[in-house]
Design a protein around this ligand. Structure first.
Ligand code: GCO
Length: 261
């Protein structure tokens, strides 16, 4: 199991104060990593650190916006000094705005792309410098099913997550020669606060997703633990530019008629 050990590794997880980011952070901590969590909401950070510390994990929190490259540069320098290096970066911080492409204000579209695509570029560019010096590093971009498929009302999110898939492949191309593996995780439909509005019982979308997912259920955040530890560990040292979809099979199928089991 040494192959999956993250002992003596420091993992920077953006947006690690809740949801999927928190679940992946916990998985990395259980594998031995020290956690460096970013967020933008003080009370969420306080609660998240209280949880991590209650579990005995070594966790520190940093409040800053991943789209502010000037502040991010200062924070990454501070984090690197305080933690003595960043070995694993999980670009998880992201937002979604659900609105028809016909009516979505350009400012909203731009905001989603800024956080979900430009943010990962900013943080990757800042963190990779030390990884190049060390000739070792892991970058994991949290993509989405919407990196592959569109649906009504998520044009900005799909554009950003589609771009993040290709950014993952391009950074993998440029940085593999430094023994830095850049990969992605593509969650399917997960039961989190982000999907709460479309998951409530009785909502047709809830039934739709369950019928479209061969596993017949929504994902639970802990379902991402294995993929996160794999891509953060030595076990993935020859894996570059891959997106691992953890989606219950939804991307593998065109679905089935209602009269089929
Ligand atoms: C939506 C959902 C999706 C999921 C996830 C799928 O509105 O369609 O929020 O975007 O959250 O990203 O991979």
């Amino acid at each position: 199991m040494e192959l999956f050990s993250l002992k003596n590794k420091n993992a920077l997880i953006t947006g690690g104060t809740h949801g999927l980011g928190m679940a992946m952070a916990e998985a990395l901590a259980i594998a031995g990593a020290k956690l460096l969590i970013t967020g933008t909401t003080p009370h969420k950070m306080k609660d998240a650190l209280a949880y991590y510390h209650s579990k005995g994990y070594d966790a520190r929190g940093y409040l800053f916006d991943v789209t502010d490259e000037t502040e991010a540069a200062k924070q990454v320098e501070k984090i690197t000094a305080e933690a003595s290096g960043i070995h694993i970066l999980v670009n998880n911080a992201g937002i979604i705005k659900r609105e028809s492409a016909l009516t979505m204000p350009v400012s909203d579209f731009r905001k989603v792309v800024d956080v979900d695509l430009v943010g990962p570029f900013i943080i990757s560019q800042l963190v990779v410098k030390q990884m190049i010096e060390r000739k070792e590093g892991k970058i994991i971009n949290i993509c989405s099913m919407m990196s592959e498929l569109g649906r009504n009302s998520v044009s900005a999110y799909a554009a950003a997550k589609g771009g993040l898939k290709m950014l993952t492949r391009n950074l993998a191309t440029e940085w593999a020669k430094y023994n830095i593996q850049v990969n992605g995780i593509g969650p399917g439909y997960f039961a989190t606060s982000q999907t709460e509005p479309i998951r409530v019982d009785g909502n047709p979308f809830n039934e739709f997703i369950i019928s479209r997912t061969p596993a017949g259920r929504w994902g639970n955040p802990e379902d991402l633990a294995g993929a996160a530890v794999f891509l953060a560990s030595k076990a993935s040292d020859f894996v570059n530019g891959q997106i691992i979809y953890v989606d219950g099979g939804i991307l593998a199928t065109i679905g089935k008629p209602s009269n089929e089991e």
